[in-house]
Design a protein around this ligand. Structure first.
Ligand code: GLN
Ligand code: ZN
Length: 765
């Protein structure tokens, strides 16, 4: 018997088309909206989002995927799994209490927040110490009921699964990893999920989506046990409720064990995961008793799908199992809502975009085609649209493509070894031991932001804006000189964002008008769209660096963002490989680096803060990623003479497993974040025998707290235990743009004083 194919969604963006949700939260935080108004407005937004999905003709619509901040926090809060400093509850948290956990309050710092898998969304980390898990509120039933009452749909509640909740949370300060801990926590938490599921079943819910994305992180069958325990319990206690076990962001390694779990549907990602889920299906088939919920539409990129290819894929899946749902690879939370507002995009680009709403329409088209409807016109349009984009002049820059094609045989190396370069550089730069510097940005004060806003609105002329930026640069050069720093920076006052700024100056990028995506809480970002061949148009940072250098006797360091960080924080075209895009950017930046050198900039820093966060989820894919990163970094930085010093910066310290990559970048100097985790980082360098220069961040710029001279000196001394004083630089952890002027100056004065103390100690030895 043939089954009707159904269309499904996994979650809808919560921001609102005009960021109504963000505005609502922020207005509530400011005290301008009361709880009643908040609830009413939030409800209207939820209903509007659901209504759209109904109108698109989607068969299975997710509910309870909404949130007032973050879905992991919602789950933790529903089960009383919040840090105990915020209290223990036996009733649902009020909005104010909920936001205390999310954002901190005057008595307590906020709960920890960290990155969600390998994408740019941050979740609130649950903490399991000393809490009594309790079901405070069945929010899944509440929102299911709301959708039923208001719109008469039998929605699919989405719930973060208990094993994922546990693994993403902390016990005694560490992530929960051991099976004993997981099982012990499940003893108390699983009964609460059972209760939730029973209530859903009794209310008449048909399907529930149980998100267990941590399934993509396990490598062998034994690790499936806690998930099996959960599912068996839920099935036994709520046998009439159908479960869609949902995975995403990568493939499933213990494929047979996971697909054998007793659920009614399994959601697999067919976009990410290197094609491995498809390989498994070809090899092992798919169990007859289940629905295959096929994630074929990319849920974390913004391109229209090639519908003919997707249809072929779905037909192949259909030849293995005839029970299919068509859906996105993951929740659409991570893409912007609709491309309707992108009126500045060229027709070719506009045609090729698909944000959340357009993706849902693609899903419906594919579903209807599989069900035998004549969708020829939609398919033809899709082919024509994508052909137009691929034929656009932006995607056919012959010069760039020729350069990329000839790369494979090209090695990018500095002229001499590091040891030789170090000698010529020191001859030129004449730096003292333990040189002091900063990471690049200085405070983006309210004045800086106000001037930029005025300039953007046309209320401040280009000249006046330029004069203002230059006066800030001069003021800060003087401040740096007065403090006594050795290597100065211009302060990055012209940049709002280190990626956006380069996107605006290179060919091949599009800045969206309304492409907002939630990063954390109410904070949205608008990642640049890399849609064409990336090309260098004109110098980007040269003028600012040159201006600064002309106004001081000290050395000014040039400052740019490296290729991998640019692509990791952008939406990247998917018609060519990421490596090719990355190398196009690298070739463009190579010209910039050479131009900085020509302008007599003696030190050039190329920031790569996002290198580590882009690591693939499975370790077996790391090496390739890291090799490509090193290659593009070297394309960017090896065009200079030996006596030009290349710096890089990374803002994390979790280096142990990528220290060889750090060294392979062949930067003369690297500055890294260490002040929050001195122990581990130092041991990484102890074992690695790193021969280049390094600046260990000696104080934490993320906190307004003033670090004392003693404390900074102690951090320097600690670093000097494992790194020779001829290699050691003294600098803060990261850029200073989020601190205010007073904090910055006070901290840098202490840094300089601490360096001088330690320098005197060294010289007297
Ligand atoms: N140069 C940048 C700055 O100082 C580096 C920022 C970062 O590492 N994220 O702001
Ligand atoms: Zn940083």
């Amino acid at each position: 018997m043939t089954h009707k194919v159904k269309s499904s969604n996994l979650g809808y963006p919560r921001l609102g088309e005009q960021r109504e949700w963000k505005k609502l939260l922020e207005s509530f935080w400011k005290g301008n909206t009361d709880t009643e108004t908040f609830e009413a407005t939030a409800k209207n937004l939820r209903i509007a989002n659901l209504k759209k999905q109904i109108d698109f003709g989607l068969d299975i619509i997710p509910v309870a995927d909404n949130s007032n901040y973050d879905h992991v926090l919602d789950t933790a809060a529903a089960f009383n799994l919040i840090p105990t400093r915020f209290g223990s509850y036996d009733r649902p948290l009020t909005l104010a209490e909920y936001y205390s956990v999310a954002r901190g309050d005057k008595n307590n710092v906020a709960a920890d927040m960290t990155k969600w898998f390998n994408i740019n969304y941050h979740y609130t980390v649950p903490e399991f110490d000393n809490t009594v898990p309790r079901l405070l509120e069945n929010r899944w039933l509440k929102y299911w009921q709301e959708a039923k009452d208001e719109l008469n749909i039998n929605g699919k509640p989405v719930i973060v699964g208990p094993v994922t909740l546990i693994k993403l949370g902390k016990l005694n300060g560490d992530y929960v990893t051991s099976s004993e801990d997981i099982n012990r926590l499940l003893d108390n938490i699983l009964p609460l999920y059972v209760q939730v599921f029973k209530e859903l079943q009794d209310a008449g819910v048909e399907w529930v989506q149980l998100d267990e994305p941590t399934l993509v992180k396990i490598s062998d069958e034994t690790e499936v046990s806690p998930y099996r325990r959960v599912i068996e319990a839920l099935r036994f206690e709520a046998p009439k409720l159908n479960i869609e076990l949902q995975t995403y962001f990568d493939s499933i390694d213990p494929y047979e064990a996971v697909t054998a779990l007793p659920v009614q549907a399994i959601g697999l990602d067919f976009v990410h995961g290197y094609g491995e889920n498809l390989t498994h299906i070809r090899e092992f088939g798919f169990p007859e008793d289940k629905i295959l919920a096929a994630g074929v539409i990319d849920g974390h990129n913004i391109w229209a799908a090639r519908l003919d290819e997707k249809l072929d894929l779905l037909k192949e899946l259909q030849s293995v199992t005839n029970k299919i749902w068509v859906q996105p690879s993951n929740t659409l939370l991570h893409v912007p809502i609709t491309k309707r507002y992108e009126t500045h995009a060229s027709p070719e680009l506009f045609g090729g975009l698909a944000f959340a709403d357009e993706k849902l329409q693609e899903i419906v088209v594919l579903t209807r085609a599989l069900n035998g409807e004549d969708m020829t016109q939609a398919f033809r349009n899709n082919t024509a649209t994508l052909r137009a984009l691929n034929n656009s002049k932006e995607r056919n820059n012959d010069q760039v493509q020729a350069a990329i094609a000839s790369l494979s045989e090209t090695e990018f190396e500095r002229k001499s070894s590091y040891a030789q370069r170090a000698i010529t550089q020191q001859k030129r730069l004449q730096l003292p031991k333990l040189p002091t510097t900063t990471i690049g940005s200085f405070p983006q004060s309210s004045e800086v932001r106000a001037k930029r806003a005025a300039w953007r609105k046309g209320n401040l002329s280009d000249e006046d804006y330029q004069v203002f930026i230059e006066s800030e640069t001069k003021r800060w050069l003087k401040i740096q000189e007065d403090i006594g720093l050795d290597v100065l920076v211009h302060g990055e006052f012209e940049r709002t964002d280190m990626v956006e700024y380069f996107g605006q100056k290179l060919d091949g990028f599009y800045a969206t008008q309304n492409g907002w995506v939630q990063s954390y809480g109410s904070r949205g970002v608008r990642p640049p769209v890399i849609f064409g061949d990336v090309d260098y148009i004109a110098p980007i940072t040269v003028e600012a660096s040159q201006f600064a250098q002309a106004h001081t006797q000290k050395i000014v360091k040039g400052m740019l963002t490296a290729p991998l960080t640019i692509i990791n924080w952008s939406f990247v075209r998917d018609d060519i490989s990421r490596a090719d895009v990355q190398n196009q950017i690298a070739l463009a930046l190579r010209q910039e680096v050479i131009n900085l050198e020509k302008a007599n900039i003696e030190i050039i820093q190329v920031d790569e803060p996002a290198l580590r966060e882009g690591l693939p989820l499975k370790q077996r894919h790391w090496q390739n990623y890291l090799d490509e990163a090193v290659y593009s970094f070297k394309i960017t930085t090896t065009g200079v003479r030996d006596d030009t010093q290349i710096h890089t910066h990374m803002c994390y310290s979790d280096f142990e497993d990528i220290i060889d990559t750090i060294s392979a970048l062949d930067a003369d100097v690297i500055s890294i974040e260490t002040s929050r985790s001195h122990g581990e980082i130092i041991s990484a360098f102890e074992d690695a025998d790193y021969d280049k220069q390094i600046g260990l961040g000696v104080y934490d710029i993320h906190s307004p707290r003033l670090p004392s001279v003693d404390e900074i000196a102690e951090n320097i001394r600690r670093g000097l235990k494992v790194i020779d004083d001829s290699q050691f630089w003294v600098n803060p952890d990261c850029g200073l743009k989020t601190r205010n002027e007073e904090q910055t100056i006070a901290a840098l004065k202490n840094l300089e004083a601490a360096r001088n103390i330690v320098l005197a100690e060294i010289s007297s030895n």
